[in-house]
Ligand binder design. Structure first.
Ligand SMILES: [Zn+2]
Length: 377
């Protein structure tokens, strides 16, 4: 395979901007960033006028897309449909996210992920298990009848994927330190979420094992003067990242901006928490036998409760820029920081030798094209 390139008036490489530049790659890896004027004639090359090329977006919480819910189609084919739907919104890589389910179906999700990675499904980075190890008092759209606190024995019963990332969202207060340690020993990324912990329940021996906090502010005990809750602990634990949904529905822009000020740079990252309706004509889906539909851009169940988000990564990035976050920081929140959160080598910035992955955006930050491991979509 020879060299290929895309070019645009602006490239942001995750650290700095390049004007009138081209991103050149060789097979699956980045070769260089060069001025367009220096591009060799025999390089296959596509120019995007009026566009910005950024490191490929990484969404670590995607429940569905393209009409498919991962929970309802736990197969490599289902994963492929979801990845493809999210590419329309600039997402290069994602973690298909299983909402609380039975142990049998969790095993199916782990198997489908392993198979998908072997089959090289474009954009598949691993799997996110959101529950069923959650707190009933912060169940969100999950079925609390499925919740339990796993022991080391329970965790060892599963056959875990040997490739790809495993992210677990769990209510840390309910789980024995031994089980949390087991997850860390197996290189899982551990995020506290759907948690009703008081700050005092997130003891140092547990907190030290927590890498992050899932969809900050949503489904967690709030920050109050006398009780910092999970929100306060998340904001005050510098080492840990916080994911956040920026659809202007789940979190008020002011709360987002305040949290962004509180966290050290690099520790706030955007997730969509998207459902089947994203990248699809369908405006409803079923979860655990319940119909969830889009009403005024919100996904709600029959009781009117929020049940995930109807938004893509590109729109999420556009929102935070509109709320006052600098463009480069917004782009890093969608790529560089999630790559760091999952400890993905060679993703999140456009550097020589890194995986050839990029997101091309127009002036309004709508996705124009996505590059995944050297293939342009
Ligand atoms: Zn959730």
């Amino acid at each position: 395979m020879g060299l290929k390139a895309i070019s645009a008036p602006r490239i942001f490489d995750g650290k700095q901007y390049h004007s009138n530049a081209a991103l050149v790659w060789n097979d699956e890896h980045i070769h260089s960033i060069v001025p367009i004027s220096e591009l060799n004639d025999n390089i296959e090359h596509q120019h995007f006028a009026d566009a910005l090329i950024a490191p490929g977006f990484i969404d670590i919480q995607v429940n569905g897309g393209g009409g498919v819910m991962f929970n309802n189609d736990i197969t490599p084919t289902g994963i492929e449909v979801i990845c493809s739907a999210h590419r329309k919104h600039g997402t290069a890589y994602l973690l298909p996210t299983l909402i609380s389910s039975t142990p049998e179906r969790i095993q199916l999700a782990l198997n489908a992920t392993q198979q998908g990675i072997r089959d090289k499904i474009a954009g598949l980075l691993g799997v996110h298990l959101e529950g069923p190890w959650l707190n009933k008092d912060k169940k969100g759209a999950h079925d609390p009848n499925l919740f339990y606190a796993p022991s080391v024995d329970d965790l060892s019963q599963f056959t875990w994927p040997s490739q790809g990332k495993v992210l677990v969202t769990a209510a840390v207060e309910n789980i024995e330190p031994s089980a949390l340690r087991w997850m860390k020993e197996h290189n899982f990324t551990l995020s506290c979420g759907h948690s009703n912990a008081k700050a005092s329940q997130l003891t140092e021996d547990k907190l030290v094992l927590v890498d992050g906090f899932t969809h900050l502010f949503n489904a967690m005990s709030p920050f109050e003067g006398r009780e910092p809750g999970v929100v306060g602990t998340a904001l005050n634990t510098d080492r840990a990242w916080c994911s956040i949904i920026t659809d202007n529905i789940h979190v008020h822009p002011q709360s987002f901006l305040l949290a962004h000020k509180a966290k050290p740079q690099g520790k706030m990252l955007i997730v969509t928490d998207a459902m089947a309706t994203v990248g699809s004509e369908k405006d409803y889906f079923e979860l655990d036998g319940e119909v969830i539909s889009v009403v005024d851009n919100k996904l709600v169940n029959s009781r009117g409760n929020l049940a995930g988000a109807h938004i893509g990564m590109d729109e999420s990035v556009a929102n935070v820029i509109e709320w006052g976050i600098a463009e480069d920081e917004a782009l890093k929140m969608a790529s560089t920081y999630p790559a760091q959160a999952l400890q993905c080598d060679k993703l999140g910035t456009l550097e020589d030798g890194f995986r050839a992955s990029a997101t091309v955006l127009d002036r309004e930050y709508r996705s124009q094209a996505v590059l995944v491991d050297g293939k342009l979509y």
